[in-house]
Design a protein around this ligand. Structure first.
Ligand SMILES: *[C@@H]1O[C@H](CO)[C@@H](O)[C@H](O)[C@H]1NC(C)=O
Ligand SMILES: *[C@@H]1O[C@H](CO)[C@@H](O)[C@H](O)[C@H]1NC(C)=O
Length: 315
């Protein structure tokens, strides 16, 4: 009797394990992020649809094996003191709560997309900038086999480099208290910014043959060669693996990612990070930081001079 029980118990444990995938969500951003999770229409639901993930923290979730859906991170969230509604400056899902409860990200947001246990028993995954970009995201498959099991993502901070006509900035009362007024917080897709069917791959441009990359999608693709830059960018942007667990890192440090990725072979011709872009970007970053420092020094000097003059007059 006991032995049968133990046998059945072990069997159910074993099958439960082979039916599930673990997802570890890691926040390497300097600020808190609020991951959002949206399950596909025919997908089994998840234990959570959104939660708070402080800087430096991680949370592991067990996903049903045939889950499909999207994961993203919301930034600069707060609760409106009068309406008591929760909302976020980027990636908001409009639920008014931390849980998204079946609603998706309002663009722009960097999306990690999954179809677990799809055709041929493979997991299909990608990182998409088709709905724009709000922060760097890295997806790493662990312990899988079959497929290429390559890491994918967008490791460069594109908010700084974003073309002006696509850029979303923090406004007064909307994130400006945290990141500063006018700081770029997201980068729209050309489809969202202009609504042109050529950019959206809609109407007369709704097939792979008629919808082509644009100057804007090329900007995303050059910075993040493995991420989806427009709707038909499948060939270089979809990755597969079987029976893997996944790590999703928000704001992965681009320089140390090789250590994390280990000796994993890099499938496809396209690199995970465009080193040229990263170099240019870090120079831009340093230059603007230096400019910021210079301005704050000038202001400090101005304040000292002003105080001295003021004191003299006072006397
Ligand atoms: C903040 O952004 C939301 C959504 O974009 C908007 O409805 C709201 O009016 C903004 N609040 C302020 C104070 O600008
Ligand atoms: C990397 O970025 C540079 C500069 O934007 C671009 O010329 C180059 O084609 C990019 N490389 C890839 C692999 O996209």
């Amino acid at each position: 009797m006991d032995r049968i029980f133990i046998f059945v118990f072990t069997l159910s444990l074993f099958s439960a394990e082979s039916q599930a995938a673990s997802f570890r969500l890691v926040n390497k951003c300097r600020h808190t992020v609020w991951p959002g999770l949206l399950s596909g229409a025919t997908s089994p639901p998840l234990p959570t649809t959104g939660f708070t993930l402080p800087s430096g923290k991680s949370r592991t979730l067990i996903f049903p094996k045939s889950w499909s859906g999207r994961i993203w991170a919301r930034t600069l969230c707060s609760v409106d003191p009068t309406a008591r509604k929760f909302s976020c400056l980027t990636g908001d899902c409009g639920s008014g709560k931390v849980e998204c409860a079946g609603t998706g990200a309002i663009p722009p947001a960097t999306l990690a997309e999954f179809t677990l246990n799809g055709a041929g028993g493979l997991d299909f995954y990608d990182v998409s900038l088709v709905d724009g970009y709000n922060l760097p995201v890295l997806v790493v498959a662990r312990g899988g086999h079959g497929g290429d099991c390559s890491p994918t993502g967008c490791l460069i901070d594109l908010n700084v480099a974003c073309p002006r006509e696509l850029s979303v900035a923090a406004e007064r009362g909307n994130g400006s208290d945290v990141v500063g007024f006018g700081t770029a917080v997201a980068c729209k897709s050309a489809c969202e910014a202009f609504g042109d069917p050529q950019f959206c791959c809609s109407e007369g441009y709704s097939t792979p043959d008629t919808c082509h990359p644009s100057v804007y999608s090329v900007f995303f693709k050059e910075a993040c060669p493995r991420a989806y830059s427009y709707a038909y960018d499948d060939k270089t942007s979809t990755f597969t693996c079987a029976s893997a667990d996944y790590i999703i890192i928000f704001c992965p440090p681009p320089y140390t990612s090789n250590k994390l990725l280990g000796a994993r072979r890099m499938a496809g011709e396209l690199p995970l990070v465009n080193r040229t872009m990263m170099y240019l970007h870090s120079r831009i970053g340093r230059a603007s930081r230096a400019a910021g420092l210079a301005i704050s020094r000038l202001l400090a000097a101005g304040f000292v001079i002003f105080s001295i003059v003021f004191l003299r007059i006072g006397i």
